[in-house]
Design a protein. Structure first.
Length: 378
């Protein structure tokens, strides 16, 4: 099995002084080998559906609290009362009934079957309620988007975790990135507190949207990692596609002062927010939203994601969450639903095979169909 990399991690030591950064260094250049190329095949499994509701939705980022796995979906469209088949919902007059901006489901041992949580009382088919609640005192309403990524466990004994999310005011754009505390109440993950005076900690005007690309509770350390897109002030194809990174120890995840920010491989981590946004402070470039996981089969980290605006499911690898990340390997090319379509949000389901010999991946086939494949590795 592949277990060695040509480059070792440099830095990674916390510091409380703003580091000196070498502006000539591009920290996002791919490095090392990618064992993802050793995948011997991909099997298309089919569409992912709810076993207790009738919905179409996107995203579905996976994460676990206390050993149970959940998926956080984005825009969740639900059918008209009495409709039990969502297949043609968006194409049938009267099929679409309403939408919430995010929802949560329990995963089962079949990736194609989810069990939706926080359902309302409608009959004969109940529909999901919104997972991250909007707050009208912050100027939010039912149209406000909450682009959440994976749940991350913070305290298994207390059945607690967190979710990172981006507050999206649609035409006005993304306002900021926030953190919410999640507690499993009566077997259901429930948002019990959102942080920040306006519902978010990181203002998107001047700060990366930490957590909106990926969020990951590292199995190999005490840290939670949050990868986010460039601030709104970064314009242009190159500058807007850099991805930045923050981390925090799980026990300190609800204390903003305990977060550290990646300043590049030479400078490492700092408690100071970066003020310069380019290849010297970014952790990677040109990725879609995805999930990070540890591969026990190859003894490295996988970042499962999609080609921005494309149809490819990709894996890049690294010896640590800080990188350096390898080139992408295309492990599957999806068949899109319509002309000019695309796929997005690469989601790993590592709990389905703890050996890592196989890996199940789900993704969104535009506009609102989540589908799954299974890879087998050599």
């Amino acid at each position: 099995m592949f277990s060695k990399f040509t480059l070792a991690l440099v830095g990674g030591v916390s510091t409380f002084a703003m580091p000196v950064i070498n502006r000539a260094v591009d920290n996002t250049q791919p490095a090392g080998s990618n064992p993802g190329s050793l995948a011997s095949g991909a099997e298309y499994l089919g569409p992912q559906k709810s076993n207790n509701s009738c919905v179409k939705r996107d995203l579905g980022f996976t994460g676990q609290i206390s050993g149970k796995w959940y998926a956080v979906f984005g825009d969740t469209n639900y059918c008209a009362p009495g409709v039990t088949d969502s297949t043609s919902m968006l194409a049938t007059a009267g099929g679409f009934y309403g939408m919430v901006r995010d929802s949560i489901s329990a995963m089962t041992d079949n990736v194609l079957e989810t069990h939706d949580l926080h359902l309302n009382s409608d009959t004969p088919v109940a529909y999901p309620l919104q997972f991250v609640p909007y707050n009208s005192s912050w100027g939010e309403d039912e149209s406000t988007g909450f682009g959440g990524t994976s749940l991350c466990e913070t305290n298994a004994t207390a059945d607690e975790g967190l979710i990172f999310y981006a507050v999206n005011e649609n035409v006005a754009g993304i306002k900021g990135a926030g953190v919410a505390k999640v507690k499993v109440v009566n077997g259901v993950p429930t948002v019990i507190q959102r942080f920040g005076d306006s519902g978010y900690w990181w203002n998107a005007s001047t700060t990366p949207r930490y957590g909106d690309v990926a969020a990951y509770r590292d199995e190999k350390s005490d840290y939670i990692y949050a990868l986010g897109g460039a601030p709104n002030s970064a314009v242009g194809y190159a500058m807007s596609d850099y991805v930045y990174q923050a981390r925090v120890k799980a026990k300190d995840a609800f204390n903003l002062s305990q977060y550290e920010y990646w300043q590049g491989r030479a400078a490492g981590w700092s408690s100071e927010l970066p003020t310069h946004f380019d290849s010297t402070t970014a952790v990677m470039w040109n990725s879609g939203q995805g999930t990070i996981m540890w591969s026990p089969h190859y003894n490295c980290y996988f970042f499962v994601h999609t080609a921005p605006g494309g149809t490819d499911i990709l894996i890049r690898t690294a010896p640590s969450p800080e990188g350096p990340w390898s080139n992408d390997v295309t492990v599957y090319t999806a068949t899109v639903k319509e002309f000019g379509g695309m796929v997005y949000a690469g989601v790993s389901h590592p709990y389905l095979d703890p050996t890592g010999k196989t890996l199940t991946i789900s993704y969104t086939n535009y506009p609102a169909d989540t589908e799954a494949i299974r890879l087998t590795f050599n």
